[in-house]
Design a protein. Structure first.
Lengths: 412, 358
């Protein structure tokens, strides 16, 4: 069979069409929809249909029913004329959006379910593809990326840290200003809709990205000054002043001898840390941050801090947030690579939300597919696979997921 | 209503502008000898901007100080040079900042709120021995501070809670200076056809001469026409070497590299060749993208490379060296390095030449 048949796009497209026949009525338009640009990818199509605008909800839902697209996006931006070409659209502002994608993380589970194959020499490996093939030094790979509950839990944890920062530091309301969507694949999108963010330019959005990721953070601006000054512990302070103290507390509390060596700390610094660990932790809880310099040099602190803040920062994608014309997935629409729904998740329900249970669109029915190769797949509370070069009858949702990742084809 | 002295201090404020407006002074009025002091001071404001980049304040004669400001604006508008407009706006803003620094916090807060619509509260908080008198909404903060380079202005290094950033008074004043500068720039960058009476035209001619005589020394020279590879900043040369060795560049890396090479004067054909030869990119598409960045297609904007801090955010900044610490844009690195290389070259030739002459 030819390579193109993997994925059975025609079959997926038919199912999407059947879904939208009733599911289109649940597609909710974004706020101020007339000022938004919409974009769609069709099955098999290589280019995007964009610069599309809708007057009302009925028009949008009619479009979904008629075309049943593989992917559905709307702009974070507001335009005078969303249908015009880019330079004539008239940018009016944009929501502040964040994208958290487990694909960008380094997770142990990726070594189990992700795989790369060098297109040149056929060398294979698990996890993320390397920059260059270790065997032939070329840089073209076929990647088979999957996802599991561990990736999705990691992504959700990052989303929760992001929400904490947006609420506590930026002062946004969890119920009015913020909305969280499961992306329908490997992550979450967080949207901030508030007049204060609408006009922010790219430079300002970049500063916000740096804030969330703690890029450019320097301890001396958070109380870690080498001269002793008055004031108490910052564990219950606010913003990064609090987060730096908590980050250090967690990090030093769990720091192993290997961890110290990874930070390239000198032997003397390592010994001082080991000897004074309890005193350092107590200082962070009881005293002004400057007290820490009784136990370490500025250089050691900076190394520790650089590593520690990662635990408090949220791993957002840097490009999405700074792009003020970004298209982003519309909730209650299908993701063409999974057959799952992009879903709004009320913040209060986020801790208990499980996309592998709740974002399933194709319930009921089974399909026989021939599978090339998959790792173990968890979906709807069941576990399937791993499969390799075999024909299996699976629940429709699982079959759609495997087809969406082009790892199988329908047997007819 | 605002006092004349207050208006002379901050002549760009709405109240100050309307104070002058009611006088309804015409261009012909200005020719009258009684306005000579006003014209002298107006000309002085502009020439100080060109020569020193900062205007002094002369509050001992408030009416002259106040009236000379709109006249100076008019001179700058008539001269119609972007470079001058920017420099003038900066000079006037520095002058205002200087005066603002001596004011009480209530005055600072009033200007910030009423003139620039800042969401600002007066507070009194002490952290690490510093007193913070203001808290400012982060959106107002970023509008002004996002361009600053020192680490202390980075949002991540500020105390922020519930959307508000703590500020000391000098910091609040520094941010107001940015607002003032933008406001003055907006006054003087509206193109206008004004037919000046002869005595006034003499003054603008004089200013045009001062400007042309000093421009080169203020702006510095242009870049050489061929790309000097040894002068590439570490981020760009890393991306370039990566590309040549077949590494997959990220979007931001590719954009930084392409826009840099375009701005450094590399021919588009040559850039296309580099990309196509080492990757499996489609030539047509690669050319289209590069021409887009060069401003030959689409929006017709020629893109400049991102600033250092943007590159840092996106993880493109690698192995920064001594020069990196002194610049904030990869093209500034390039200029500086070229200048250093040229100097080294001259010194080397200086060593050689005497030997030849013997």
């Amino acid at each position: 069979m030819a390579e193109q048949d993997w994925g059975s796009e025609g079959y997926i497209a038919d199912n999407f069409r059947a879904f939208y026949a009733s599911g289109a009525s649940r597609v909710e338009p974004p706020t101020e929809m007339r000022q938004r640009e919409f974009g769609f990818l069709s099955f098999g199509g290589r280019s995007m249909f964009r610069h599309i605008g809708f007057e009302d909800t009925q028009q949008l839902r009619g479009y979904m029913r008629e075309y049943a697209p593989a992917h559905t996006y709307f702009s974070a931006a507001y335009y005078e004329d969303p249908r015009a070409n880019m330079e004539y659209k008239g940018w009016l502002g944009a929501d502040l959006v964040f994208d958290i994608d487990a694909d960008h993380f380094d997770l142990p589970c990726q070594k189990v379910h992700d795989r790369w194959t060098c297109s040149n020499c056929g060398e294979e490996g698990m996890g993320h593809a390397p920059d260059l093939c270790p065997s032939c030094q070329k840089a073209k790979f076929v990647e088979e990326n999957w996802l599991c509950s561990e990736c999705l839990t990691a992504a959700k944890y990052e989303a929760q840290k992001l929400l904490d920062i947006l609420i506590q530091d930026f002062g946004y309301e969890g119920t009015g200003d913020l909305s969280v969507n499961f992306s329908g694949n490997r992550g979450y999108h967080v949207h901030v809709r508030n007049p204060t963010v609408k006009g922010l330019d790219q430079l300002s959005r970049r500063e916000i990205v740096d804030y969330i990721l703690a890029i450019g953070i320097e301890p001396e601006y958070h109380g870690f000054v080498s001269r002793a000054v008055g004031g108490g512990s910052s564990m219950s302070s606010d913003g990064w002043r609090m987060r730096t103290a908590r980050a250090l507390y967690d990090f030093i509390g769990e720091l192993t001898p290997e961890g110290m060596r990874e930070l390239k700390l000198a032997k003397a610094a390592r010994e001082r840390l080991e000897e004074n660990r309890d005193a350092i932790l107590e200082t962070l809880v009881e005293r002004h941050p400057s007290g820490i310099f009784r136990y370490m040099t500025k250089n050691t602190l900076e190394r520790l801090m650089a590593a520690a803040v990662k635990g408090q920062a949220s791993s957002i994608d840097t490009v999405v947030t700074t792009d003020i014309r970004r298209l982003i997935r519309l909730p209650n629409t299908l993701h063409g690579k999974t057959g799952w729904l992009t879903q709004n998740v009320p913040i209060i329900e986020l801790p208990d939300y499980d996309p592998l249970m709740e974002s399933i669109a194709f319930k009921g029915g089974t399909e026989s597919i021939h599978i090339r190769r998959t790792p173990i797949i968890e979906l709807g509370g069941e576990v399937y696979g791993p499969f390799e070069d075999e024909t299996v009858e699976l629940p429709l949702a699982v079959a759609m997921f495997i087809l969406g990742r082009k790892a199988g084809r329908v047997v007819r | 209503m605002i006092s004349e002295r207050e208006a002379a201090k901050y002549p760009f404020l709405r109240d100050a502008v309307s104070l002058v407006d009611v006088l309804d002074i015409t261009l012909d009025d200005l020719v009258d000898p009684s306005y000579r002091k006003v014209l002298d001071r107006a000309e002085g404001r502009v020439s100080q901007a060109i020569l020193k980049g900062e205007t002094d304040s002369r509050l001992e004669d408030p009416p002259t100080e106040l009236l000379s400001y709109p006249v100076a604006n008019m001179f700058v508008t008539v001269l119609g040079e972007d470079f001058l407009s920017r420099r003038y706006a900066l000079s006037e803003a520095l002058r205002a900042e200087e005066i603002l620094r001596e004011e009480g916090e209530a005055r600072v807060a009033k200007m910030a709120r009423t003139e620039f619509e800042w969401t600002l509260n007066l507070v009194s908080e002490s952290l690490d021995g510093r007193i913070y008198n203001f808290e400012l909404h982060f959106s107002n903060y970023l509008r002004n501070a996002a361009v600053f380079r020192e680490p202390k202005w980075k949002l991540v290094n500020r105390m922020m809670k519930d959307g508000y950033v703590l500020l000391t008074q000098p910091e609040a004043t520094r941010l107001l200076k940015e607002e003032i500068q933008r406001k003055i720039l907006s006054f003087v960058s509206v193109p206008a056809k004004i037919n000046l009476p002869e005595p006034l035209r003499e003054r603008t001619n004089r200013l045009a001469k001062v400007l042309s005589e000093n421009r080169a020394s203020i702006t510095g020279e242009d870049l050489p026409s061929e790309v000097v590879m040894e002068a590439l900043p570490p981020c760009i040369s890393t991306a370039f070497e990566g590309l040549v060795s077949g590494k997959r560049l990220g979007h931001m890396e590719r954009f930084a590299l392409t826009s840099f090479l375009i701005n450094a004067g590399m021919e588009i054909d040559d850039i296309v060749k580099v990309f196509v030869s080492v990757t499996d990119f489609d030539e047509e598409f690669t050319r289209y993208q590069i021409e887009h960045i060069a401003g030959l297609r689409g929006s017709r904007t020629r893109y400049t490379p991102p600033t250092c801090s943007t590159l840092r955010t996106h993880g493109v900044c690698v192995n920064p060296d001594r020069i990196c610490g002194r610049i904030k844009h990869p093209l500034s690195y390039y200029r500086r390095k070229i200048w250093m290389l040229q100097r080294q070259e001259e010194e080397r030739q200086g060593d050689v030449n005497p030997q030849i002459s013997e």
